[in-house]
Design a protein around this ligand. Structure first.
Ligand code: UDP
Length: 239
């Protein structure tokens, strides 16, 4: 598990955003994984996903507070959370300023439709070269289609680890572009689902808001987050 923490971006988010912008400016390719405890839990059990997380082509940022806290317990310098939602917003802002091409895949039909409409209204500089919901289309075909569309920003919202596996499978077809698996971000950014109120965000309690508003997440939360924290505590003792 330590090897994942070794790779984690520890800089303040503004600094990371500058790196991202630089990559966009220089037409470099970048694949970002926004990590929650669940990410590292799955990676430690799933060889294919482990390979993706460890590949030097991937950059891992600390999305969840559990990851930031665990890093500190293990003695790593990790400044703050860099969440999938924040990354998606930042990339849309940059794409808007620089008049870039954006591709979007994932979420339910009404969510992606609302999101595309919103982008059209609020980010007039962006050209959406492709968008598709995450249920009705062949996802490999989506990548086959966008590989010739000069994509600068590609947001994939299918949940962990499907989104990362899909991006990784097709990554080599692209010479440039920032690719990010953004989980449930489209649900929030489209306005279809509420993000946790500011106070929850400030207190790093978005996870609590999510499990109270969506109780079906409790099992998933227990399986990844609670078990994860026990593991970290054990690792800390062994240090
Ligand atoms: N999703 C999808 N196709 C699928 C399964 C999930 O498009 O086959 C979407 C789902 O609608 C949601 C996102 O993937 O928008 C995953 O959200 P979740 O909140 O579970 O992800 P997390 O942020 O927790 O990884």
């Amino acid at each position: 598990m330590r090897k994942y923490f070794d790779k984690l971006v520890g800089t303040p988010k503004e600094e990371f955003y500058s790196v991202m912008e630089e990559n966009l400016n220089k037409n470099k390719r970048m694949f970002i994984i926004t990590a929650n405890p669940e990410t590292f839990e799955i990676a430690s059990k799933d060889e294919e996903f482990n390979k993706i997380v460890m590949d030097e082509a991937t950059t891992i940022v600390p999305d969840g507070i559990g990851i930031v806290k665990a890093s500190h317990m293990l003695g790593y310098q990790v400044k703050e959370r860099i969440t999938g939602v924040d990354l998606a917003v930042k990339l849309l802002e940059l794409a808007n300023e620089k008049k870039l091409n954006v591709a979007l895949l994932g979420a339910h039909e009404e969510v992606i439709d609302a999101f595309v409409k919103k982008i059209g209204k609020e980010y007039k500089g962006i050209k959406i070269v492709a968008s598709a919901n995450g249920y009705d289309y062949d996802k490999d075909q989506f990548f086959e289609t966008i590989k010739d569309l000069d994509v600068d920003v590609c947001l994939i919202a299918l949940g962990i680890p499907a989104q990362e596996k899909l991006i990784y499978k097709h990554l080599n077809k692209f010479k440039k572009g920032v690719f990010v698996g953004v989980g449930g971000s489209f649900d929030v950014l489209s306005g279809m689902k509420k993000r946790a109120p500011k106070i929850f965000q400030k207190l790093n309690l978005e996870w609590l808001y999510r499990i109270t508003t969506e109780p079906k997440r409790i099992k998933r939360f227990y399986n990844s987050n609670i078990k994860f924290m026990f593991k970290i505590k054990k690792m800390k003792k062994q240090k």
